[in-house]
Design a protein around this ligand. Structure first.
Ligand code: PFF
Length: 467
């Protein structure tokens, strides 16, 4: 196995590896997107299918990314160039870096909204009573949300602030930036989740929400729900774009790839399910429909805070502030990892300093993120292939680049890479034994690629029919 290259930087501890990778995985996908999908997909039935995808498909992709990253010790594109010089496999890396720019751009829009809502709740605007639309006091949170996201300037300002925060962490490097801040933010995030779950379970009528989460309603499981569960599993674990190839290139030789991946999957799933335990008991306690879509955390929840805490403003203040801080921390630890995919590539490929490479990524994503934001307002009519920028970027990454990347990555590791190299990475050159080696290789070679292919084809056909 190649040893670490000091100039590239590396994680200093196993805890750092797990918290940084879990930080990438735990994000808006867990707290914002997962409950929405659970609401649409019939509660526990969706969760069961989702768990299957996490452990049978997405985790093998994650382990494959770890193998590529640590054996090549290079950025997402450089890794394929090193392991398969002159071959077309590099396309997987190129798609990943491109995907990194796109995902960070549209993610920053929602992260920017989150920043705005965090500040609003800190100022006491959300816990209850009212908010402001066009200078008028109102309790219509849907109107408030729509007025905010369609404003041409305000959301872009928030994107800029959010990207700047991400930039400052990434520019400091692996150990002093990414690892240090993950070790600070992840424990805070986990503590807030536990607090909010306790809070939410104490609400009157919470049991109905718990029943919804735990009772599988098979009648709502449609093919779209199954496709949605797979997309959600990929997005939630950050796999398919080479993000974890990049992170694994900073692992040291003692890092245990399989157990690290297991830990990350368990933490990510726990946070997603616990977010369900925060949102559904709260939402059911005031009798609002749980499948309110992406507006769930920006429209439904403020309404819930109003209905629940109208009489208890202090409790409402604490709950709403903690909730949006949680969402913000989750967004930040993930955006750092997206930024790193692009920064590592630009800095290594074009021999730029990390600071300069990070600045380029931040500026490009600010421009692209502004396009996405404008697609909710003045550029509503501007469409490419029938989609506004936000939808187009979201669709391209989650429905196209991530599954295709996952497919190429598992085929590359399962069928193309030398078996000795793969086993050497999994066992740290024979120093640890992996009991489940055979089943794991079976998942990487067969189950994951075939599963992804079937689902991917299902995604593509409606696309062709549309044209
Ligand atoms: N896993 C993150 C989430 O659940 O919000 C999103 C994400 C991070 C996607 C990093 C892709 C990526 F490369």
């Amino acid at each position: 196995m190649q040893s670490g290259n000091a100039a590239r930087g590396s994680f200093g501890s196993q805890l750092g590896v797990i918290l940084a990778s879990a930080g990438s995985a735990v994000g808006l996908g867990n707290i914002w997107r997962f409950p929405t999908e659970v609401g649409k997909g019939g509660g526990a039935a969706f969760i069961l299918i989702y768990l299957g995808f996490i452990f049978l498909i997405a985790m093998p992709v994650m382990i494959s990314e770890f193998i590529i990253g640590r054996s090549a010790r290079s950025n997402a594109i450089g890794a394929f160039q090193k392991l398969a010089p002159g071959k077309l496999w590099v396309a997987a890396g190129i798609m990943g870096v491109l995907g990194g720019f796109l995902v960070l751009s549209f993610y920053s829009v929602v992260a920017g909204w989150t920043l705005h809502y965090t500040i609003q709740s800190a100022l006491g605007q959300l816990q209850g009573l009212q908010t402001t639309v066009n200078g008028q006091q109102t309790t219509d949170f849907a109107a408030a949300f729509n007025a905010f996201v369609s404003d041409p300037w305000q959301p872009i300002l928030y994107i800029a602030v959010f990207l700047l925060l991400t930039h400052l962490v990434v520019a400091r490097g692996i150990r002093h930036g990414i690892e240090r801040y993950s070790k600070l933010m992840m424990p805070m995030l986990l503590a807030i989740i536990v607090l909010l779950v306790c809070f939410s379970l104490m609400m009157p009528g919470a049991s109905e929400g718990i029943r919804f989460l735990l009772k599988p309603d098979l009648s709502r499981v449609t093919p779209e729900v199954i496709l949605g569960a797979m997309g959600q599993a990929f997005f939630s674990l950050s796999v398919g774009l080479g993000c974890l190839v990049t992170y694994a290139s900073y692992f040291n030789n003692e890092t245990r790839l399989v157990s690290s991946a297991m830990n990350v999957c368990i933490i990510d799933t726990m946070v997603a399910v616990l977010s369900g335990f925060i949102i559904f008991p709260t939402v059911f306690s005031v009798g609002i429909a749980p499948d309110a879509g992406p507006g769930l955390v920006f429209i439904t929840l403020p309404n819930v805070f109003l209905l629940t805490f109208g009489e208890m403003p202090v409790a409402g203040y604490i709950f709403s502030l903690l909730f949006y801080v949680l969402l913000l921390l989750a967004a930040l630890t993930s955006s750092i990892s997206m930024h790193e995919i692009c920064t590592a590539f630009i800095s290594e490929h074009f021999s730029h300093s990390r600071k300069r490479a990070a600045a380029i990524v931040t500026i490009v994503c600010l421009v692209l993120g502004s396009f996405c934001s404008l697609s909710f307002g003045p550029w509503q009519e501007v469409t490419i292939f029938g989609r506004g920028f936000f939808d187009l970027f979201d669709y391209t990454v989650t429905k196209f680049l991530m599954p295709l990347g996952g497919l190429l990555i598992t085929v590359f590791v399962g069928w193309w890479l030398d078996r000795k190299l793969v086993e050497g990475q999994l066992t740290n050159d024979g120093s640890i034994s992996i009991r489940a080696m055979k089943p794991l290789l079976f998942l990487i070679r067969w189950v994951a690629p075939i599963g992804i292919l079937v689902i991917f084809l299902n995604e593509l056909f409606p696309l062709f029919m549309m044209n």
